[in-house]
Ligand binder design. Structure first.
Ligand code: SF4
Ligand code: SF4
Length: 318
């Protein structure tokens, strides 16, 4: 068994209907990967290699896609557990139809629900095409299933902090408390390395720049980037990102990684490792400017809004 050096990010479905304002999925000026489902065959072969050749014991499901769109998501999770991967984590916006009972009783260890509002009006400002009614139904179904199977699945409420939703922060905390979800607020970022690059170079579509300028805590973003200027390494080298078609991607934070992925299922482990250890064409600027450090920095912050507002000197209450 090799040392437990790697973690894995798995993309069961390479598309997402939510089209968040800051997500590269919603960019029409960026080439999008072809929408596809990971087959059970690809999942089985990938899981076995991840476990037995790379010592992976933690797999996160979902990157730039909605994993619960996959009609066989429970089978996929089961495959990863059967090869011995100990911790299975999944992040979702809950804008898909799925079987909550099956998910709660599946091998999944932790479900993170991404939320940026407790009303449709506020939620859809960032999660533009998220289906608010379906999300409410899905939350209720998860709560009911967990009540039938106590302790079967841990659930977190990943609250995206923006200036436009700070007035709903306490309501979000209360929602999490009521449902026994772990409340995990964090400063929402502006959308990966692509967005950081395009924001800096003035090539971000105007509507997205406006949204970021108005709503993202740029004070936090700029401070965190400044703290990482001139970085020399990136934790992506320890993250094996397996796309829905079985390709290995170089970076989970850069959409153009889709264009240069290599065959994870067929190539020797040495070749795969060399691919991860070598920089991609964006890495030089990304490290030098501090973007890589920002992408992987801890953005969690559970302080009440008045403390955050005081620190950054911004007016955010509505
Ligand atoms: S941020 Fe997540 S929920 Fe939003 S469009 Fe991207 S993949 Fe979908
Ligand atoms: S340096 Fe930047 S572009 Fe390169 S792998 Fe890390 S986050 Fe991705």
């Amino acid at each position: 068994m090799p040392p437990l050096r790697f973690v894995a990010t798995i993309e069961p479905v390479s598309t997402c209907p939510v089209n968040c304002e800051t997500c590269p999925v919603s960019r029409r000026d960026i080439e999008q990967p072809k929408a596809r489902l990971m087959s059970l065959g690809v999942a089985g072969a990938a899981a076995a290699r991840l476990k037995h050749e790379f010592g992976v014991n933690y797999a996160a499901f979902g990157n730039w896609g909605e994993p619960l769109l996959h009609p066989q998501i429970v089978e996929l999770l089961t495959i990863f557990r059967q090869v011995g991967i100990g911790t299975l984590y999944l992040t979702s916006s809950l804008s898909a139809r799925f079987d909550a009972e099956a998910l709660v009783t599946s091998p999944l260890n932790y479900l993170d629900i991404s939320l940026s509002g407790v009303t449709a009006e506020i939620y859809n400002m960032a999660h533009r095409h998220g289906d608010w009614e379906r999300i409410q139904e899905n939350i209720a179904a998860i709560v009911q299933a967990r009540s039938r199977h106590p302790g079967a699945l841990k659930v977190g409420l990943r609250w995206h902090r923006y200036k436009h939703n700070e007035h709903q922060f306490e309501a979000a905390r209360e929602l999490a408390r009521q449902h026994d979800f772990e409340f995990k607020p964090y400063f929402a970022h502006m959308g990966g390395v692509d967005a950081l690059h395009d924001y800096e170079h003035g090539t971000l579509p105007e509507s997205k720049r406006r949204f970021i300028d108005q709503n993202v805590f740029l004070e936090f973003v700029e401070r965190t980037i400044a703290a990482h200027v001139g970085g020399s390494s990136c934790s992506q080298s320890k993250n094996l990102i397996v796309h829905s078609d079985g390709r290995l991607l170089h970076c989970c934070a850069l959409m153009s990684s889709h264009e240069s992925g290599i065959d994870f299922l067929a190539l020797p482990a040495k070749v795969l490792q060399a691919f991860k250890d070598s920089p991609n064409p964006s890495c030089g600027e990304c490290l030098a400017k501090g973007w890589a450090g920002f992408m992987h920095a801890n953005k969690d912050d559970a302080r009440p809004p008045h403390e955050v507002a005081a620190e950054f000197g911004v007016a955010i209450a509505r």
